[in-house]
Write a protein that binds this ligand. Structure first.
Ligand SMILES: [Zn+2]
Length: 172
C-alpha cells in the first residue's frame, strides 16, 4: 500500500480527507489492504468485513471519509478499494460507510452535501432498504438484510449430543 497516488489533506473544516493525486477510471483498483489485522469489535477506524469481523491498520485508507455520493467502493471480499466513478486529480476519495458497516461505533450527522444525503449515518441496520439499494453493498451486509426463513420441522436438525473426548492417538 506504499506509494499510492493519494495524499491526506488536513483542515478545511472537515478534518482530514484523502485526495487523489492522479486520475482513476470507474472500476479501477486504487489500492489493496495488505497490512490489515482483524478484530471482533468495530472501532472508529475499522471497516467491517464480516458479521463479526472488522479490519484495522488500513494505512492511508483509514482517512476515507463517508459520503452519500461516494467516489470509491470498498470491496471487503477482495480487500481492495475501487473507483466508484471516474476520479480526477484533486477529488476526495470517500465511500458509503453503511455499505460495510452494519452498526457503527460512532454514528454521526452527515454533512456530505449530496442532493440525496441520508442525514444520520449509523450503519446499514438503521437505513431503509430502498436507500441501501442505491449503493454497492458488501455481501455480509446484504446477508444481514435478508430475513432468514424459520426452520421448518422437516428441515430442522436435532441437536447433536456433545462429542465425547477422543482418546489420544498413539504416537507412531
Ligand atoms: Zn450525506
Amino acid at each position: 500500500m506504499t506509494n499510492l497516488p493519494l495524499r491526506v489533506e488536513q483542515g478545511g473544516g472537515k478534518g482530514a480527507r484523502l485526495v487523489a493525486e492522479s486520475a482513476f477510471a470507474a472500476g479501477e483498483v486504487i489500492g489493496r489492504f495488505d497490512n490489515h489485522w482483524v478484530t471482533r469489535k468495530p472501532t472508529y477506524l475499522s471497516i467491517q468485513v464480516g458479521p463479526d469481523r472488522h479490519i484495522e491498520n488500513l494505512g492511508q485508507f483509514s482517512y476515507l471519509n463517508h459520503s452519500c455520493a461516494p467516489t470509491v467502493v470498498v470491496d471487503t471480499e477482495r480487500m481492495e478499494v475501487r473507483a466508484a466513478r471516474d476520479i480526477a486529480p484533486g477529488d476526495e476519495l470517500s465511500f458509503f460507510y453503511p455499505a460495510t458497516e452494519w452498526q457503527m461505533a460512532r454514528p454521526f450527522d452527515c454533512l456530505c452535501g449530496a442532493p440525496d444525503c441520508l442525514g444520520k449515518i449509523a450503519g446499514a441496520r438503521d437505513l431503509p432498504r430502498e436507500a441501501l439499494d442505491r449503493y454497492e453493498i458488501s455481501r455480509h451486509v446484504r446477508a444481514l438484510l435478508t430475513p432468514q426463513p424459520p426452520l421448518s420441522p422437516e428441515t430442522a436438525q436435532p441437536a447433536q449430543p456433545p462429542e465425547s473426548p477422543k482418546p489420544p492417538s498413539p504416537a507412531l
